[in-house]
Write a protein that binds this ligand. Structure first.
Ligand SMILES: *Cc1c(COP(=O)(O)O)cnc(C)c1O
Length: 386
């Protein structure tokens, strides 16, 4: 199936709703059973039938079908946030006494789940430099149940060899989970490399308009059913039909948006790498990236997220540079229509917080849908102060 067929048509049974082109928002908490036969039938499978919207809802189901097809898995669940999807994937596969191996620099709240939350329930973890699969093998214990990956991660874009990780985990009966938010399903499909569960912060590229917080979990039917019956139904972190409809709308342009962000990021990187005040560029497909070959083997593109280390002598100059940027908004997140920057220096000097691992000369940029020339104009004038 082509990607546009998935984004524009799959899951939309238009004859079920007056042949409307855009699907309706089925804003209903519960669904009627015409008779006892139907009652018994729908209760036998709440994941696929319509009983109650904490389980399944027709608008949400359209979104689930599209996302499963995009990742090439049998099914998908959606959550009220990416953090909710990450937590469901991990918690659904461990119990007290188990151990998790995780790549060393995951998303901050994923790290928090492992460091602070799960130890309260007797689940241990080891963070490893997973750029080399040997380090993962060394960290495995008899009670290791989950290997958690994020490739690339979203500040320095470290990658893991997905085929090698999947093979190692399979050999030991370990479930593999990957956070695929950076690449989106347009540029990387981890299930094709043998990864068991693919999660996304759909808040980023999938919705793409900076107006919904949403999480995605894609896997084979058996795994999805297990997590549906436990973490989704019990903890209840569901996506409502209104938000689902917004994400369906966002998906219409997913591949167009990614092509645009990717091309603009490459244009800007081409300008930046020639600038004397740029010390280093972090982007998986950049020739200087340490894992560029692996990245190109696993990914079809990179998208709009990259980082730059600037050459400047003083933190004051770095602060001036940040304040002179007007067309890049200073904000967390990424993947929407608007270009953003997140300077590491902003994390320095926060009362009660230790200095971060990243140098203060480091800044992450996200390139949105604006004209790349217009964005370069902003960077060029701000670079004058460095
Ligand atoms: C934003 C993000 C998350 C968390 O997703 P939310 O939708 O904010 O809960 C998880 N992983 C990565 C890589 C992210 O960028």
């Amino acid at each position: 199936m082509s990607i546009s067929e998935i984004l524009i048509h799959l899951g939309e049974d238009r004859d079920q709703y007056f042949n409307a082109v855009a699907p309706p928002v089925i804003q209903s908490s519960n669904f009627v059973f015409p008779d006892l036969t139907a009652f018994r039938q729908v209760f036998s499978n709440e994941l696929e039938h319509h009983v109650y919207s904490r389980g399944n809802n027709p608008t949400v189901e359209i979104l689930r079908r599209k996302l499963a097809a995009l990742e090439g898995t049998e099914d998908c669940l959606v959550f009220s946030s990416g953090a909710g999807a990450v937590a469901a994937a991990v918690i659904g596969n461990v119990q007290a006494g188990d151990h998790i191996v995780c790549q060393q620099a995951p998303y901050s709240w994923t790290s928090s789940l492992l460091r602070k939350f799960l130890p309260r329930f007797g689940v241990e973890h080891t963070f490893v430099d997973a750029t080399d699969v040997v380090n993962i093998r060394t960290a495995l214990r008899p009670n290791t149940r989950v290997l958690y990956l994020e490739s690339p991660n979203t500040m320095t874009f470290e990658c893991q060899d997905l085929s090698a990780c999947a093979a190692l985990a399979r050999e030991h009966g370990i479930v593999t989970i990957i956070d695929n938010s950076y690449s989106s399903p347009v540029f990387q499909n981890p299930a094709a490399f043998g990864i068991d569960i693919v999660v996304h912060s759909g808040t980023k590229y999938l919705n793409g308009h900076s107006d919904v917080v949403v999480g995605v979990l894609c896997a084979e039917k058996e795994m999805v059913k297990k997590i549906f019956e436990s973490e989704l139904m019990t903890l209840g972190g569901i996506l409502g039909p209104h938000d689902a409809a917004l994400v369906i709308r966002g998906l219409r342009t997913l591949s167009l948006r990614l092509q645009r962000s990717d091309a603009s990021a490459q244009f800007l990187i081409g300008k930046l790498e020639k600038h004397p005040k740029v010390e280093r560029i972090w982007y998986p497909f950049h020739h200087s990236f340490p894992q560029v070959e692996l990245a190109k083997k696993q990914m079809r593109g990179c998208g709009g997220l990259f980082s730059v280390q600037f050459r400047t002598a003083s933190p004051e100059q770095m602060e001036q540079f940040v304040h002179r940027l007007k067309r890049f908004l200073m904000a967390v997140s990424w993947g929407g229509h608007e270009s953003l920057m997140m300077p590491a220096i902003g994390f320095y000097g926060i009362p009660g917080k230790p200095a971060p691992a990243l140098p203060w000369t480091f800044c992450r940029f996200y390139i949105g849908l604006e004209e790349p020339d217009w964005l370069w104009g902003d960077l060029e004038q701000a670079l004058e102060v460095l």
